[in-house]
Design a protein around this ligand. Structure first.
Ligand SMILES: NC(=O)C1=CN([C@@H]2O[C@H](COP(=O)(O)OP(=O)(O)OC[C@H]3O[C@@H](n4cnc5c(N)ncnc54)[C@H](O)[C@@H]3O)[C@@H](O)[C@H]2O)C=CC1
Ligand SMILES: O=C(O)C(=O)COP(=O)(O)O
Length: 526
C-alpha cells in the first residue's frame, strides 16, 4: 500500500530524500493557504511541518488518512494537540536539532542590543559616522535573567557564563541540583525581574507562560533592562513593551517571535531600541539539516514500522522494539475487543497484566492496544494514540501489572475489566512468539484464535447442544471454521467460541438464543 507524506513548510531537501529512499511518496507544497491545504490533506498519511502550517481541528477533520504530524523543530503550539490526539494522530517534534542554533540567536540578539548593532550599521551605511551616538554596555559582570531553563535556556546559560555574566533562572521545573550543575541561581520571577540587566525567554507558550512579561511584570523589571525573546510571541505584552521602550524603562528589546506571525506590521516597528528578526531562531543550515533528517526518519519509522520517537501525545516505542511488540499489540487489541464486545457499555476499570516474556517489554503500547480494542467496540475512530486519552476522559481506572515470573505460559497478557456487576478476566498468549491465542475467557480455559467473524456462546453443559447449534448455523448456510469449547465444570456452564465464515444475522442470533440451555450469544468481529 502506498504511504504518502506532505511537506507543507519550507524544509531542507534531505527530508524529502529520506522519505523517498524509504519508499514513501512525498509532495513538497510549502505556502498553501489553509483552504488549499484542507482540500488535499485527505490524501496523506503524514504531514511534515515547521511553524507556518497551522494544524487546526478543522484541518484534522479533513485528514481522513492522517496518522502522524511531524514538526521539524521544537514548538508545537501551531498544532491543536488535543484535537490530533482525539483523532488518533501522533504528533512528534525534534526536540534538540535546533536548540544550539536558537540559543546562539538569543546570544546574538543580546550582543546586538548591548552594542545597538542594527542601528549603528544602518547609520554607518547611510554615511553618517555617528561614533558618539552609539554608546554600548559591556556584558561581563551583568546579570542575565533566564525565563525557562530547559534545553535552549541551559545552552544560553552556558554561553552567558562563558561571557562572564551572572545567570539567574526562573523555571518551576528546574531542580536545585540541576541549577547548581548549570551554574545558575534558581530564583523566583520577581527576584529575576529585580536583578536582571538582560532578560531572555525560553519557555513554550502555555496558559502559564502566556503574557509572563505582562505590563505589571515589565514595571517590576530593573530600569534599563534589555529583553530578548527567541521563544514564542505571546510571552510578552507587546503593547506594554512598546510603552516601556518609549518611556525608557526598558532599555532595548529584541524579538524574533511575535504574537501574530508573519508580523508585517507592529507598533513596535521603528521604536528606538527595538530590534527584530522574522522568526529566524532555528534558521541555520546546520539546524535545518538536523531537524529535516530527524523528522523524516521519525515519521518514516512510525509509518513503516510503528516506531514512535519524540511524540508529544504518545509514549515512545523504538523502531527496534516495534516488531517485537507488534504480535503482543495484536493480541492485546484482540483481548480488549473481545471483552468490549461481550460487555458492551458500562466498563469502569481495566487492569492489564503482563507475565513471562511479555513482562520484559514496554508495557505502555500493550495497554494502549488493550484500551483501543476495549473502546473500539463503541467508536470507529479509537486507536492506540487516542485510547489512553479517551479512557481518561471516560473516567476509566486503568492499571498496569507486571509479573516477571512465568506462569503456565511462557508469555501471557491478561485483561481484567470491571463493571458495576463485577470483574471479568481474559488472557492470551503467543504461539511461536507470534500467533495470538486466547487461553482464558472469564475463568474458562480455551485455546482459540480470535479472528474474523465469531460467536461467543454461554450455555449449560448438556448433551446434544453442539448438534443443535450446528443445525441452526447449517440451515442459515453459515459455515463453521473452528470450534472451541471450554467449561467451568462437567455439567456446569460451558463457553463456546465459534469462528464462522461471513456475518451472523440478528435472526440467527435470536434462533441460537432460543436453543435450550443457552444463556448468552454475542456475535464478535475481529
Ligand atoms: N525562535 C525559534 O525559531 C525557536 C523557538 N523555540 C521555542 O523555544 C522554546 C523552548 O525550547 P526548549 O528549551 O527546547 O524547550 P524545553 O522544553 O527544553 O524547555 C522549556 C523550559 O520552560 C520551562 N517552563 C515551562 N513552564 C514555565 C513557566 N511557567 N515558567 C518558567 N519556565 C517554564 C520548562 O520547565 C522547561 O525547562 C520552545 O517551546 C519553542 O517555542 C524553539 C526553537 C526555535
Ligand atoms: O522549533 C521551533 O520551535 C521554532 O520556532 C522554529 O520555527 P521554524 O521551524 O523556523 O518555523
Amino acid at each position: 500500500m502506498t504511504v504518502r507524506v506532505l511537506i507543507s513548510d519550507k524544509m531542507d531537501p534531505k527530508a524529502a530524500a529520506i522519505f523517498r529512499e524509504r519508499g514513501i511518496e512525498v509532495d513538497e507544497k510549502p505556502g498553501l493557504t489553509p483552504d488549499e491545504l484542507k482540500a488535499i490533506i485527505g490524501d496523506y498519511d503524514g504531514l511534515a511541518i515547521r511553524s507556518a502550517t497551522k494544524v487546526t481541528k478543522a484541518l484534522l477533520e479533513s485528514a481522513a488518512k492522517l496518522k502522524v504530524v511531524g514538526r521539524a523543530g521544537i514548538g508545537v503550539d501551531n498544532v491543536d494537540i488535543p484535537a490530533a490526539t482525539a483523532r488518533g494522530v501522533v504528533v512528534m517534534n525534534t526536540p534538540f536539532g535546533n536548540s544550539i542554533t536558537t540559543a546562539e540567536h538569543a546570544i546574538a540578539l543580546m550582543f546586538a542590543l548591548a552594542r545597538q548593532l542594527p542601528e549603528a550599521d544602518a547609520s554607518t551605511q547611510a554615511g553618517k559616522w555617528e561614533k558618539n551616538r552609539f554608546m554600548g554596555v559591556e556584558l561581563t559582570g551583568k546579570t542575565l535573567g533566564l525565563i525557562g531553563c530547559g534545553n535552549i535556556g541551559s545552552i544560553v546559560a552556558s554561553r552567558a557564563l562563558g561571557l562572564k555574566m551572572k545567570v539567574a533562572a526562573f523555571d518551576p521545573f528546574l531542580t536545585p541540583e540541576r541549577a547548581v550543575e548549570l551554574g545558575v541561581d534558581k530564583v523566583e520571577l520577581d527576584e529575576l525581574l529585580r536583578r536582571a540587566d538582560f532578560i531572555t525567554l525560553h519557555t513554550p507558550l502555555t496558559d502559564q507562560t502566556r503574557n509572563i512579561l505582562s505590563r505589571e511584570n515589565l514595571a517590576k523589571a530593573k530600569a534599563g533592562v534589555r529583553i530578548i525573546n527567541c521563544a514564542r510571541g505571546g510571552l510578552i505584552d507587546e503593547g506594554a513593551l512598546k510603552d516601556a521602550l518609549d518611556s525608557g524603562h526598558v532599555g532595548g528589546a529584541a524579538l524574533d517571535v511575535f504574537m501574530t506571525e508573519p508580523a508585517t506590521a507592529s507598533p513596535l516597528f521603528g521604536t528606538p531600541g527595538f530590534i527584530s528578526t522574522p522568526h529566524l531562531g532555528a534558521s541555520t543550515s546546520e539546524a535545518q539539516v538536523n531537524v529535516a533528517i530527524q523528522v523524516a526518519e521519525q515519521m518514516s519509522d512510525f509509518l513503516l514500522l510503528g516506531g514512535v520517537t519524540n511524540a508529544v501525545n504518545m509514549p515512545s516505542l523504538s523502531a527496534e522494539e516495534a516488531p517485537r511488540l507488534k504480535p503482543y499489540m495484536a493480541l492485546a487489541e484482540k483481548l480488549g475487543k473481545l471483552v468490549g464486545q461481550v460487555l458492551g457499555e458500562g466498563i469502569r476499570s481495566a487492569s492489564v497484566e503482563v507475565e513471562g516474556a511479555a513482562a520484559e517489554l514496554n508495557q505502555k503500547p500493550i495497554t494502549g492496544a488493550v484500551l483501543a480494542g476495549l473502546m473500539g467496540s463503541y467508536s470507529d475512530s479509537v486507536n492506540m494514540v487516542n485510547a489512553p486519552f479517551l479512557a481518561k476522559e471516560r473516567g476509566l481506572d486503568v492499571r498496569e501489572v507486571r509479573h516477571e515470573r512465568e506462569g503456565d505460559y511462557h508469555t501471557l497478557v491478561a485483561v481484567t475489566v470491571g463493571t458495576a456487576a463485577g470483574e471479568v478476566r481474559v488472557a492470551g498468549t503467543l504461539f511461536g512468539n507470534k500467533a495470538p491465542r486466547l487461553v482464558d475467557i472469564f475463568g474458562v480455559g480455551v485455546e482459540a484464535e480470535l479472528t474474523g467473524s465469531m460467536l461467543y456462546i454461554v450455555n449449560s453443559d448438556e448433551p446434544g447442544f453442539i448438534g443443535k447449534l450446528g443445525t441452526v448455523l447449517g440451515e442459515a448456510e453459515i459455515n463453521i471454521a473452528t470450534f472451541n469449547l471450554g467449561r467451568r465444570a462437567a455439567g456446569g456452564e460451558a463457553v463456546a467460541l465459534v469462528a464462522v465464515d461471513g456475518d451472523v444475522s440478528r435472526g440467527v442470533v435470536a434462533q441460537l438464543c432460543a436453543l435450550p440451555g443457552v444463556r448468552e450469544v454475542v456475535p464478535l468481529s475481529f
